[in-house]
Write a protein that binds this ligand. Structure first.
Ligand SMILES: Cc1ncc(COP(=O)(O)O)c(C=O)c1O
Length: 434
């Protein structure tokens, strides 16, 4: 099936054969096999990137939609970010102490995201959501947390459950879920568990769970319903923060203010970062020794200077590009519209979902004329096996993505869009021969 891809990637094949002897599933992050083993193949090993393109160790070029787990709004190897990192390396790359860059970066984040009355930095998004939930539990003096079906908030024990259909895995502890955009499902969760819920955590636009934006006023509704029950609302903006606008999406685009929020990915342009923060009274429980507080905060690499200076350089550039977000989001929206028109014409059982620069494609078990509105609906129709085969076809077409595609950046071009649509069309035609 992937004859062309396999023939041109011998070095990747050799590396993969070694990797499977070292790492469970061959990888250090589950989805970095990019579904290729499902095509009896292996992922390409990437050696370098520039702008919106990456190259594998065999010299093959890809249009990158993956963009480092959707982190790179400025593209690979942005000169400003690179210079900031090199300057810091010259000075010493980590001291395990407070640094000036940490304070400066905190100030810039607070300017852009007023919800962050107080914040803390970690090295990963998963740590940040873990600490946000821990703080919420301490503050509310309740144990239960609610999340959406399909919601991915990192690999911590608090939130790693109900990620893929049929959502039947048991939470490690004290977790319940609901179907985002489905008010009945949300109401039922509140009715059953409201008194015990410390927090509800939600991505304003569901990422890994299907690229699903909120229905009108869904987040406002969730805000009102949680507030009236003293349940903390946490927005996980690790994908959406600084991606859809200069700042956060929950308040800035969808009109709802959370108690706590988390950031990562785009906020430091590909360097390891997590941020959690929000209401001063809740964050006060993070002060060591605070009455009623729990131990939150730690991490040898928290507020790593390389991430702080990269973050500062990224925010400076994104501030300059503030007015271009509209252009970027329009490019994503019009791409998705053309994509779905093309898939409809081809009567293909695939659907493009997303919002602005976030664009996913899901292979379904039947042809749909409209994108599913909730992660539960999408999950029930999702064809895991065919999705892997489709991913493999895209890779063969020189399009690098996951969850079907990924996210655009300020350096993607109309040519990248045209080539992607052509590649998808070829991939769909090849799929029909399987
Ligand atoms: C919405 C969301 N939250 C949290 C995380 C976890 O972040 P990290 O991979 O940095 O731990 C991710 C990562 O994909 C994410 O998409």
């Amino acid at each position: 099936m992937l004859e062309k891809y396999n023939a041109r990637t011998p070095k990747s094949e050799t590396l993969w054969k070694k990797a499977v002897t070292l790492f469970p599933g061959g990888v250090s992050h589950n989805i970095r096999d990019f579904g290729m083993p499902g095509c009896n193949s292996y992922p390409p090993y990437i050696s370098h990137g520039q702008g919106a393109h990456i190259w594998d160790v065999d010299g093959n070029e890809y249009i990158d939609w993956w963009m480092t787990h959707y982190s790179l709004l400025l593209g690979h190897n942005d000169p400003r970010v690179k210079e900031a990192i090199i300057d810091q390396i010259e000075a010493g790359h980590h001291f395990g102490t407070p640094t000036e860059s940490e304070v400066k970066y905190g100030e810039k984040l607070k300017e852009a995201v007023p919800v962050l009355e107080k914040m803390r930095f970690t090295s990963t998004g998963g740590e940040s959501t873990m600490y946000a939930v821990r703080l919420a539990r301490s503050f509310a003096k309740r144990k239960l947390v609610g999340k959406s079906l399909g919601g991915w908030h990192g690999g911590n024990d608090a939130l790693t459950y109900h990620m893929s259909h049929p959502y039947s895995d048991d939470p490690f502890y004290n977790g319940v879920s609901f179907d985002y955009n489905n008010r009945e499902s949300f109401d039922q969760m509140l009715k059953k568990h409201g008194k015990n819920l410390a927090a509800v955590i939600i991505e304003p636009v569901i990422g890994a769970g299907g690229g699903i934006p909120p229905e009108k006023d869904m987040l406002v509704y969730m805000r009102e319903e949680t507030e009236s029950r003293d349940i903390l609302l946490i927005f996980d903006e690790i994908i959406t923060g600084f991606r859809l606008r200069y700042g956060t999406a929950g308040d800035g685009l969808f009109g709802a203010k959370p108690d706590l929020l988390t950031l990562g990915k785009a906020a430091a342009g590909g360097m390891p970062l997590g941020v959690y923060g929000g209401r001063e009274d809740v964050m006060a429980l993070a002060i060591p020794g605070a009455q009623g507080g729990r131990w939150v905060g730690g991490g040898t690499f928290s507020s790593h200077p390389l991430s702080m200076v990269a973050g500062l350089a990224v925010l400076k550039r994104l501030r300059e590009l503030k007015d271009k977000y509209q252009w970027l989001n329009r490019m994503g929206d019009s791409f998705r519209q053309r994509l779905n028109e093309m898939l409809q014409e081809m009567r293909a059982p695939l659907i493009g979902t997303g919002y602005g620069s976030i664009n996913f494609i899901s292979h379904l078990t039947s042809v749909l004329s409209e994108p599913p509105k909730t992660p539960g609906q999408l999950g029930a129709l999702f064809d895991h096996k065919k999705q892997d085969l489709f991913q493999g076809q895209l890779m063969q077409e020189g399009i690098f993505g996951y969850h079907g595609l990924g996210a655009l950046s300020f350096v993607h071009t109309e040519e990248d869009i045209e080539k992607t649509l052509e590649g998808i069309s070829n991939a769909v035609k090849n799929m029909s021969q399987i």
